[in-house]
Write a protein that binds this ligand. Structure first.
Ligand code: SF4
Ligand code: SF4
Length: 322
């Protein structure tokens, strides 16, 4: 399993609330909170209790590192200007699958200045979660990012910053033989679809059926912690300032594959659904071959017509076997 040898400290040495408060010092603090509408969201914490368990937020942590709309630069009076200087922040109560998703985004945006500026200012504190029936996480899928992971009896230092902060908080005598507490069971529900099976079934009936059901609403991609498509928009002001914005885009939207001259790479809903599944299961570019579905289950919950990539994979695997 990736990252199973992080140093860890016994939580008996410290009161958890005191530890969390010390980690959050001098940082804007965010934590998952379920509101009266039943949706769990990342909330800015001003005061009040901090979580002792992780919760899966409806919109994942990516929104703090890759905001839905951000100004990446402005050009004024002949010069380019940086628009935003990110502030230090901490997120407390991140589940293990979301820490994997951040590792994946870290690879994708390794050379991206605004993303990396925010990452450098972030402190990510993972926590044990209670898996739901939709969870299909897998500790073997990819490494995880983050700084500290809080279990029921131990706390792990994921990064050197995390280790330094834990020692500053008074923890001592780490051990390296305690594995991270991945939940039992969820990984067994994943579908083992090979790239060969996927490509040999591009015309399978399941694509026609699911393509007709898909509404192209894009909800699955918005809530996915590893989806990151974006578009660039330039805005010119009357004083001559031009500001370039990066905004979330969505590969399920009808215009996503449109190109100059009226050509459309993915004109149908089935094309777009298949494209997203290929990206999730088999990756792109230097990450080709890396499954980027961390099994959080958000897309299944968010889809208004219950489209489930694992059920599609199951049908493709069954078709390949018949
Ligand atoms: S594809 Fe669905 S289950 Fe997989 S990481 Fe994205 S939202 Fe989670
Ligand atoms: S959430 Fe469901 S209906 Fe909407 S684009 Fe995704 S698969 Fe299609």
């Amino acid at each position: 399993m990736f990252g199973s040898t992080f140093p860890s400290y016994s939580l008996k040495q410290i009161v958890l609330d005191d530890l969390l408060i010390s980690l959050g010092q001098n940082r804007a603090l965010w934590a998952p909170w379920t509101e009266s509408d039943g949706l769990c969201r990342l909330q800015f914490v001003r005061e009040g209790p901090l979580p002792s368990l992780a919760s899966l937020t409806f919109i994942p942590l990516k929104k703090l590192l890759l905001p839905p709309r951000e100004a990446v630069w402005a050009h004024r009076a002949g010069h380019f200007h940086t628009v935003e200087e990110p502030e230090s922040f901490a997120v407390i109560g991140v589940p293990l699958c979301d820490l994997q998703a951040i590792w994946y985004l870290d690879q994708v945006f390794a050379d991206d200045v605004p993303y990396q500026a925010r990452r450098a200012k972030s402190l990510l504190v993972g926590m044990t979660c209670e898996p739901s029936p939709d969870c299909r996480c897998d500790g073997h899928l990819m490494p995880l990012a983050g700084d500290v992971f809080v279990g029921k009896e131990r706390v792990w230092a994921i990064s050197s910053l995390g280790d330094a902060l834990l020692r500053e908080a008074g923890l001592h005598t780490p051990t390296t033989d305690a594995p991270l507490p991945w939940p039992d069971g969820p990984a067994a529900q994943r579908q083992n679809l090979s790239e060969e099976q996927f490509h040999s079934a591009l015309d399978a009936t399941v694509w026609t059926v699911e393509g007709k059901r898909c509404l192209s609403c894009g909800a699955c991609s918005v809530v996915c912690p590893t989806c990151y498509c974006f578009d660039m928009l330039d805005e010119a002001a009357l004083d001559g300032t031009v500001t370039r914005h990066r905004v979330w885009d969505n590969c399920l939207f009808a215009e996503h594959g449109e190109a100059a001259g009226g050509y459309d790479f993915r004109p149908g809903r089935a094309n777009r659904l298949r494209f997203r599944m290929e990206h999730k299961f088999f990756g792109f570019g230097t990450l080709r071959g890396q499954n980027s579905c961390v099994g959080c289950g958000r897309c299944r919950k968010a889809c208004p017509v219950d489209i489930d990539l694992d059920q599609i994979a199951e049908q493709l695997v069954a078709g390949a076997a018949s």
